[in-house]
Design a protein around this ligand. Structure first.
Ligand SMILES: *Cc1c(COP(=O)(O)O)cnc(C)c1O
Length: 424
């Protein structure tokens, strides 16, 4: 089935007389007739539910829908996108290991890797996503366990060359993990380009209504852990905390990664998504294809408007002809990129502040990628401690405005932006 259909139907199929809409199983625990029945679950011999820190039916149904949308074999929900990024990497890399990551990934992920995970003894090499083949090759070490990138970088809007990074990762016997938050599986399915694991902040377009923070990890089921058994002992040698089962043997390529991630990391770290949040996320997923299409068509028109406005000095949007990533976006994102645009106003910080003050429809928010048009001027908010020179060095100049185009009528959005620009 196509993605529009999967968005509605995948993951949950009610039987005769059952609730048509995915039910919320708001229960921490589950009842069994015998201790033996429950024991099988604890030994991972049978699948089923016993405690919602590990698994919950509502969350599993929603994860299955996202797996279907991405074309993967298994998935799990997490309490946030941050937890998804952490679990996806920590599931295969521990103290003494190394990961290659794109240098333009989301700031929260960069901080997780560069500060927190370094404290856990995991080393990172950050590479420019447009680096030369030699530079990319030189980033790998004997202890490298994964490569990590973002389909469309938030907020740099750089389109990641998934196929190239997948080939480089596979040449070194490690998986490529892709954060597909901004593109969503509606616009890009990284598995079709060789990625092995996909992560999402479902907080953004998937939820789409500012309602719930959440994350998801999806496995393509294609990476052969056993073929690189020495690199991934956590998957290819017995887990003594589960009576010596070996995940890659017992659950195969299709299930090993997510089973281990659930059985060990979720068990021990407990970053679960609540069933109520998964239920709300599911409502967002049902309309995701429609919303994404509208976000893209609106953003394309707003980008063209900005590009032809004489108060605007530059526009960065991968869907705009002439953009550095326009051709690459056509390859990976043929139906559209996303709703987020960044642009600069002539007159720098002061002009940007005037623009922000005069917006009437566009709401000032740090959030992006939801139904409402949101605007952020990093120099006067999230990055206000930096000088103009430091802002330029960080790639967020004092004139930069990030505009997350919503699904309102595009003429209303353009009218608002136009009148605010006129005040400069
Ligand atoms: C927001 C975001 C995250 C972090 O997700 P949270 O749900 O806020 O924890 C990760 N990656 C990208 C691309 C994001 O935009």
């Amino acid at each position: 089935m196509e993605r529009e259909t999967l968005s509605i139907h995948a993951g949950y199929a009610p039987k005769n007389g059952e609730s048509r809409l995915l039910p919320i199983v708001q229960s921490t625990t589950f009842k069994y007739d015998t201790s033996e029945d429950m024991g099988k679950l604890f030994d991972l011999e049978a699948s089923g539910y016993f405690y919602s820190r590990l698994q919950n039916p509502t969350c599993d149904n929603v994860a299955a829908k996202i797996a279907a949308l991405e074309g993967g074999t298994a998935a799990m929900l997490t309490g946030s996108g941050q937890a998804a990024s952490f679990f996806s990497t920590f599931n295969i890399a521990g103290c003494g290991d190394h990961i290659v990551a794109s240098s333009t990934i989301y700031g929260g992920t960069f901080n997780l890797f560069n500060v927190t995970m370094r404290k856990m003894g995991i080393d990172f090499t950050f590479v420019d996503p447009d680096c030369s083949d030699e530079e990319l090759e030189a980033a790998f070490k004997p202890n490298t366990k994964a490569v990590f990138g973002e389909t469309i970088a938030n907020p740099a809007l750089i389109v990641f060359d998934i196929e190239r990074f997948a080939n480089a990762a596979h040449k070194h016997g490690v998986p490529l993990i892709v954060d597909n938050t901004f593109a969503t599986p509606i616009n890009c399915r990284p598995f079709e380009w060789g990625a092995d694991i996909v992560v999402h902040s479902t907080t953004k377009y998937m939820d789409g209504h500012d309602a719930t923070v959440g994350g998801c990890i999806v496995d393509s089921g294609k990476f052969d852990w056993m073929a690189h058994a020495d690199k991934f002992p956590g998957l290819t040698t017995p887990d003594e905390s589960y009576h010596g089962i070996t995940y890659a043997e017992r659950f195969g390529k299709e299930g090993a990664f997510i089973t281990k991630c659930t059985a060990q990391l979720m068990r021990d770290l407990g970053s679960v998504q609540a069933p109520m949040n998964a239920y709300i996320l599911n409502l967002g997923l049902e309309s995701l294809p429609l919303r994404i299409e509208r976000h893209c068509r609106n953003a394309e028109k707003v980008a063209e408007f900005l590009n032809s406005n004489d108060k605007v000095s530059w526009v960065n949007y991968p869907g705009l002809p002439g953009n550095k990533y326009y051709e690459r976006a056509k390859k990976y994102l043929p139906n559209g990129s996303c709703g987020v645009i960044s642009f600069g106003v002539k007159g720098g910080r002061a002009a940007a502040e005037v623009f922000m003050k005069n917006l009437k429809l566009g709401m000032i928010a740090t959030h992006v990628a939801d139904a409402h048009t949101c605007v952020l001027h990093p120099a006067s908010s999230t990055h206000r401690q930096l000088t103009d020179e430091e802002l330029v060095a960080a790639g967020v100049g004092p004139d930069l405005i990030r505009l997350s185009v919503g699904i309102e009528n595009v003429e209303d959005i353009i009218a608002d932006v136009k009148q605010a620009l006129e005040q400069i």
